[in-house]
Design a protein around this ligand. Structure first.
Ligand SMILES: [Fe+2]
Length: 246
């Protein structure tokens, strides 16, 4: 199976896949498991395995931040998500993607669990997957960036401006919709799946996501958020991005 078949975190796919006993599939090599459609295993979500060391993203993302971010922050979202889902036997049968898309139809107890901790787990899993030093922008993304923004430089200028504008904690996303790249921000642990216009579900793909919480950068960059955002360019795994847009 080709790699692109593994990475289909699209809105449309979230609706169409039938759950299997093993919701995780190998990505790139067998050591890196990434959710294709995220479902709990035996009723519990777990940290996805990283295929790189904590110091692999130095000097752009430091090892201490990576370790704390992954083992403490991400794990805390998973723990609280599991606690919340354990009280809802129906929801635990569904993928996170399908629950996000129908967020407004969930119980009032479950909505904040999904919005905060479900989003925290999904967003961070998506984030880790796309990090690697030393890859080059691929031809598909380059063509879309030129079509949508005029040039790669203008795309990046817009991205840094948007990410910098987040007030408090949130995420900056690049999505593909109707053949155009767009940049959108979401607050806290929300993501574009939660705010998707229903009519356009099958036309949106999430391509890139940047964690703009202080916990993602404060140890190294302190209050210099723009330096963190600019450093992100150096750790985007463009091979993953290419596969996300195919
Ligand atoms: Fe984070």
């Amino acid at each position: 199976m080709e790699r692109k078949d593994f990475i289909k975190t699209t809105l449309g796919l979230g609706l169409g896949i039938i759950a299997t006993s093993n919701p995780f599939k190998a990505f790139g090599n067998n050591d890196y498991l990434v959710p294709d459609e995220m479902l709990p295993i035996n009723g519990k979500y777990e940290l996805p395995k990283l295929n790189y060391a904590y110091n692999a993203l130095e000097p752009y993302i430091d090892a201490q931040t990576m370790e704390i971010h992954y083992t403490k922050h991400h794990q805390a979202y998973i723990t609280k998500l599991n606690e919340g889902l354990s009280k809802d036997p129906n929801a635990i049968q569904k993928s996170l993607e399908s629950l996000f898309l129908d967020l407004d139809k969930q119980s009032k107890e479950l909505i904040p669990v999904l919005r905060n901790h479900g989003g925290g787990h999904w967003n961070h899993s998506f984030f880790w997957e796309q990090l690697k030093v030393g890859t080059a922008v691929g031809p598909n993304f380059q063509a879309l960036a030129i079509k949508s923004f005029g040039s790669i430089e203008m795309f990046w200028n817009t991205f840094t401006k948007m990410a910098s504008s987040i007030f408090g904690s949130g995420w900056c996303w690049v999505i593909l919709q109707n053949g155009q790249l767009k940049i959108v921000n979401t607050p806290n642990q929300e993501n574009p799946l939660m705010n998707a216009p229903k009519a356009a579900k099958d036309k949106i793909k999430i391509v890139i996501g940047l964690d703009v919480w202080e916990h993602a950068y404060y140890l190294k960059y302190q209050n210099k958020r723009v330096d963190y955002i600019n450093s992100f360019w150096n750790v985007i795994n463009w091979e993953v991005v290419e596969n996300r847009i195919i």
